[in-house]
Design a protein around this ligand. Structure first.
Ligand SMILES: Nc1ncnc2c1ncn2[C@@H]1O[C@H](COP(=O)(O)OP(=O)(O)O)[C@@H](O)[C@H]1O
Ligand code: SF4
Ligand SMILES: [Mg+2]
Length: 447
């Protein structure tokens, strides 16, 4: 057994306060280019201010519907994409972490020179996109990624020996027959063997290909792995085998996982902690048991209700799809789909227009919307009759209760309708019980 595979080399137990990774206020925005000149017309806010910790030896599950920003965040964490803002810190001792968090509390413009210098120092030592070459290389070998689509991530023209041996070669760890023997060891650890060395990826089943990806990820004996939907394209029975393998490897090697999935069932069986993401933000995060037993966000509840395992739960229907991340809803980003939304949840002009538009004749002849801000606008129509029809459809008794209570003014003047709604900030992510954070205002009220 090599030193790398000796389970005693690394404590698998969870250490209070010992984190492999700390994610702080990470944003990743992608520019949307438009026209011949490719001007930047806006930004897809794929990840929009996310902070959480990954304790050593644990699995943190990252869950949410497709398009919520999970893979983008996974790539930023793995160092494959640089964040637009914020940072990912690796291997930071507790004292430095406390110092970092205290410094981040101070707004950038209010920081003293000494504070800015101290922050720069911490960045250089621990922030993965600011590390010097030597430390960056250290991170690259210590953080490995397994993607959903093993077929796409394995070079079809390479033999398994070369695929799995490649990281060993790149890092100068082994060559020649020593490399072959290391690859055999790795293959055996993932349930394959010497007989698979000289085959190509297409000669394997989906599950076997994922085993090859895992063997390659293990080659440099990493501390931490980002598993991005590693079983999502596999049959259920094969899924279970791969999940068991990942469990086993974690136990033996003291590995830490960030496990990304849209499927709460899978996350439940894998995770010690769960981070629920919605539209680039964290909606809720807590120990896994708390997420499944006492969820404190309607989005989490909806995901649970959609889960066939949860038969005793009142079904909450999750209608519609995730809104456009280039223009996330105001207030609580989930308010457009939340079954229990309140008047304080961020209703805006767009909601009023969308819902009024469901009435016959409303919005006919709408020429334009002059916005003062998302909560205040003037709708301009071709004729005053059309403006009157729309204003009528926006009367309180014709709107859902929560929206009706958020409306401040609907006023027709000639061919325009002025509308304004209660202006609401985005609710913060608040700790409502030890280690349990939610951004739902209903649970903030309980405090
Ligand atoms: N390279 C990119 N350029 C522009 N938009 C992107 C890029 N990568 C992802 N996105 C967008 O970011 C959002 C989040 O995507 P992703 O992180 O893949 O979500 P998830 O993994 O939760 O399905 C989506 O709207 C997606 O279209
Ligand atoms: S704050 Fe809570 S109640 Fe309001 S829309 Fe968001 S999840 Fe629903
Ligand atoms: Mg994804």
């Amino acid at each position: 057994m090599t030193a790398a595979t000796n389970p005693l080399d690394r404590p698998a137990a969870l250490h209070a306060g010992d984190h492999v990774l700390n994610v702080r206020a990470v944003r990743k925005h992608f520019p949307i280019k438009d026209g011949v000149l490719q001007r930047v017309a806006g930004h897809v806010r794929a990840v929009d201010g996310v902070s959480f910790d990954v304790p050593r030896g644990s699995t943190v599950g990252l869950v949410g519907e497709s398009g919520c920003g999970k893979s983008t965040l996974g790539r930023v964490i793995a160092g494959l994409l640089d964040p637009t803002d914020g940072g990912v810190f690796f291997g930071m001792p507790a004292a430095e972490r406390a110092r970092l968090d205290a410094l981040l509390q101070v707004p950038p413009e209010a920081r003293s020179e000494a504070q800015a210098a101290e922050l720069g120092d911490i960045d250089q030592q621990f922030r993965i996109d600011r590390l010097d070459k030597h430390r960056r290389r250290h991170y690259r070998r210590n953080c490995q990624v397994v993607f959903q689509d093993a077929f796409a991530s394995l070079n079809p023209r390479q033999l398994v020996r070369d695929i799995v041996g490649r990281p060993l070669k790149a890092f100068g760890e082994a060559s020649g027959s020593a490399l072959t023997e290391r690859v055999v060891e790795l293959l055996e650890q993932v349930g394959l063997g010497r007989q698979h060395l000289y085959r190509y990826p297409h000669q394997f089943s989906g599950g076997q290909r994922q085993r090859i990806s895992i063997a390659r990820a293990l080659a440099l004996d990493p501390e931490f792995m980002v598993l991005d939907e590693p079983t999502s394209s596999l049959d259920v029975s094969v899924q279970a085998q791969i999940l068991n393998l990942l469990h086993e490897l974690q136990r033996e090697r003291g590995l830490t996982y960030l496990f990304i999935s849209h499927d709460l069932n899978v996350v439940r069986h894998m995770s010690d902690e769960v981070v629920v993401m919605y539209l680039g933000r964290i909606a809720e995060s807590a120990r896994s048991t708390a997420i499944f037993e006492t969820p404190r966000h309607p989005y989490t509840e909806a995901l649970l209700a959609a889960n066939p395992d949860e038969t005793d739960r009142e079904p909450i229907r999750l209608s519609g799809s995730v809104p456009d991340p280039a223009r996330p809803p105001q207030g609580c980003r989930f308010h457009t789909r939340c079954p229990v939304a309140t008047p304080r949840c961020g209703w805006e002009v767009d909601d009023l227009v969308r819902i009024a538009g469901e009435s016959e004749g409303a919005l006919d002849g709408l020429k334009g919307v002059e916005r003062r801000d998302p909560f205040d606008a003037k709708l301009v129509f071709d004729t005053s009759r059309q403006a009157t029809a729309t204003a009528r459809s926006m009367q309180r008794d014709r709107l859902p209760d929560a929206l009706a209570q958020a409306v401040r003014r609907v006023e027709r003047l000639d061919d325009t309708v002025a509308v304004s709604l209660q202006s609401v900030d985005e609710p913060p992510l608040v700790e409502v019980a030890p280690g349990h954070r939610t951004n739902c205002v209903l649970h903030h009220d309980e405090l």
